[in-house]
Design a protein around this ligand. Structure first.
Ligand code: NAD
Ligand code: TYD
Length: 350
């Protein structure tokens, strides 16, 4: 039986959050894991079916932008740690409608900092962990990597909102000696990712033999991190990281978008018993994203040297596992792509 602790996870019904909740609930029987989530379009309790009846798990529906709710919630619950993932997370949506990103990612984060600071003043052994993105560092050219010391240079409303919240979290450390830790990771992929992000969107479209919209020339590069590896890194940093520090987490797995989409086409053709080359014919180059960051790549030396973490799942294996998962979970996929998703997809692509 592990030590007794009560840990609040925000955004635990989302993609990364649901993997983290599952990991912590199963690994630490002595912890009470409280998942606070507003259940926006991106939050889905179906992601948590496996743990919903565990005695050490509790779900609470709530909005981090709602201060009276948060004050009441914190008056009723004493937390030892907070792992904060709740956010608006999709760059394209932040371009169409930035305000929700400002509200949840900036104001919501400060609301949480305030209620936690009030609860934790005069107490030791607490920790507020902010889960952030490498997009705060801006964009790279053909070479180089983001380090923890790289200057912030966010370029989309999404990344600017995450950069802002990182700064505020760090400001609470310096100003109030509030116990924080931050990690900035690269693009995650794997099961339960909402199909507005590149990989599940392409898998879903290949499945339905719909056009595969590749932005611009397709030569934009991302470093893909297997979501399970990320959840393990968060667990490690939460328990072993140092207060006030930042850790970069990367997959060491760079792909140009077009190469990745072609790879997915070939994998899916094989899994669906379609002739090789079938799905590549669906690739359609479309209008570029405004302010599109050219390349992200992480130097994850610090977390490797200091905490002994490195990614376990590499390139092709991760893409195969992901494609297989989506094909085995078409009910989940069909459910999540019904209703509001159709309206979003039509506005974005059609
Ligand atoms: P997601 O969009 O899948 O999930 C976000 C979750 O937050 C959802 O369950 C949603 O309901 C909840 N939420 C949104 N607004 C809320 C509010 N006001 N109050 C309470 N809950 C709210 O996101 P994700 O991909 O799982 O990302 C999780 C975190 O990791 C985010 O902070 C994101 O910025 C960061 N991140 C994600 C990636 C990635 O590749 N997905 C990469 C780097 C960093
Ligand atoms: P995305 O998954 O939205 O993550 P992020 O913008 O946070 O990196 O996009 C990954 C890359 O794929 C990015 O370069 C934009 C590109 N992209 C497309 O080419 N087509 C699409 O339909 C989507 C959603 C993304």
């Amino acid at each position: 039986m592990s030590e007794q602790k009560t840990i609040l996870i925000t955004g635990g019904a989302g993609f990364i959050g649901s993997h983290l909740v599952q990991l912590l609930v199963k690994k630490y029987a002595g912890y009470k894991i409280v998942n606070l989530d507003k259940l926006t379009y991106a939050g889905n309790l179906e992601n948590l079916k496996e743990v919903e009846n565990y005695p050490n798990y509790q779900f609470v529906k709530g909005d981090i932008t709602d201060v009276p709710f948060l004050e009441k919630f914190f008056a009723q619950n004493e937390f030892d740690g907070i792992i904060h993932l709740a956010a608006e997370s999709h760059v394209d949506r932040s371009i169409t409608d930035p305000m929700g990103f400002i509200q949840t990612n900036i104001v919501g984060t400060v609301n949480l900092l305030n209620v936690a600071r009030k609860q934790w003043t005069g107490k030791s052994g607490k920790r507020f962990y902010h889960v952030s993105t490498d997009e705060v560092y801006g964009t790279l050219g053909e070479t180089g990597y983001f380090l923890e010391s790289t200057a912030y240079d966010p370029r989309s409303p999404y990344s600017a909102s995450k950069a802002s919240s990182d700064h505020l979290v760090r400001a609470y450390y310096h100003t109030y000696d509030f116990p924080i830790v931050i990690s900035n990771c690269s693009n995650n992929y794997g099961p339960y990712q909402f199909p507005e992000k590149l990989i599940p969107l392409m898998i879903n479209n290949i499945r339905h033999e719909q056009p595969l919209p590749v932005y611009g020339d397709g030569k934009y590069t991302r470093d893909w991190l297997w979501v399970g590896d990320h959840a393990e890194a968060i667990d490690l940093i939460f328990h072993k990281g140092k207060n006030g520090e930042t850790y970069n987490i990367g997959g060491n797995n760079e792909w140009k978008n077009i190469d990745l989409v072609e790879q997915l086409c070939d994998l899916m053709d094989a899994l669906l018993d379609r002739p090789k080359g079938n799905s590549r014919k669906l690739i359609t180059f479309v209008k570029d994203r405004p302010g599109h960051d050219k390349r992200y790549a992480i130097d994850a030396t610090k977390i490797k040297d200091e905490l002994g973490w490195s990614p376990k799942i590499q390139a092709l294996e991760g893409l195969r596992l992901t494609s297989q998962w989506y094909l085995e979970n078409t009910e989940w996929l069909d459910h999540i792509t019904s209703g509001a998703y159709q309206a979003y997809y039509q506005q974005q692509y059609l």
